[in-house]
Design a protein around this ligand. Structure first.
Ligand code: PGA
Length: 251
């Protein structure tokens, strides 16, 4: 059985006070929930105070990105080991905003995946097609390419630790959510691809989250699909009630 992972991606939101308040509010509201794994991914500069506010809770901390190199002359970047140093468990890699706004390639994501695994972090690797790619009927091709590029050279043992987030770009922050059937179809194809590359035993344990306008009202139907193992939540992770609404709907 794969445990659901509900992760909040705070993106470039919050200030110190609101970040700490959100973390404390979630700590209190999620106390005693053991049925699902919960994580929040604040902006890097707020990881330390958020981790402190979450100490002793059932909510893990993650980062939204990091660099693949070891400490050195890389102005403006953050090393994977710095994240573990702050108590992070997860790191989101290859989010569509990084792929499409910052121009990150799957080759770069791949270097980061290897560095994250080496540092003991669980990578949450995002894949997903643009609207025009879905309309052109190349959804699976795009996701396969991003998967193969991002996980190149990753061993079966390491693959088991990774989390994939399927995030159709047209559903992110748009309020346009994929239907449970649309999402399930892509998730099943991704799982079949993992089986093709790594065998069924690995495919059966890898968690594949859905992301893109997830909220309390649609979470149950989406996460009720057999191959959807959690959610990566943007907008609805910024308020205690909205994020808890998702967790409570699926736990
Ligand atoms: P959203 O973002 O929930 O605001 O659509 C999801 C994401 O980008 O991870």
């Amino acid at each position: 059985m794969r445990r659901l992972l509900i992760a909040g991606n705070w993106k470039m939101n919050m200030k110190l006070d609101s970040a700490k308040a959100l973390a404390s509010g979630l700590k209190e509201a999620a106390a005693g929930i053991t049925e699902v794994d919960i994580a929040v991914c604040p902006p890097s500069v707020y990881i330390a105070p958020v981790a402190e506010a979450l100490a002793g809770s059932n909510i893990a901390c993650g980062a939204q990105n990091a660099y693949f190199e070891k400490a050195g002359a890389f102005t403006g970047e953050v090393e994977m080991a710095m994240l573990t140093d702050l108590g992070c468990k997860y790191v989101i890699l290859g989010h569509s905003e990084r792929r499409h706004i910052m121009g990150e390639s799957s080759e770069l994501v791949n270097l980061k995946v290897h560095a994250a695994l080496k540092a003991g972090l669980i990578p949450i690797v995002c894949v997903g097609e643009l609207l025009k790619e879905r309309e052109a009927g190349v959804t699976d091709l795009v996701n396969r390419r991003q998967f193969d590029g991002s996980f190149s050279g990753v061993s079966a043992e390491d693959m088991k630790k990774c989390v994939i987030a399927y995030e159709p770009v047209w559903a992110i922050g748009t309020g346009k959510v994929a239907t449970p059937d649309q999402a399930q179809e892509v998730h099943a194809n991704l799982r079949a691809l993992i089986a093709e590359r790594y065998g069924k035993e690995v495919a059966d344990v890898v968690r594949i989250q859905y992301g893109g306008s997830v909220k309390a009202e649609n979470a149950k139907d989406l996460l009720g699909q057999s191959d959807i193992d959690g959610a990566l939540v943007g907008g609805a992770s910024l308020k205690v009630d909205a994020f808890m609404g998702i967790i409570n709907a699926v736990k």
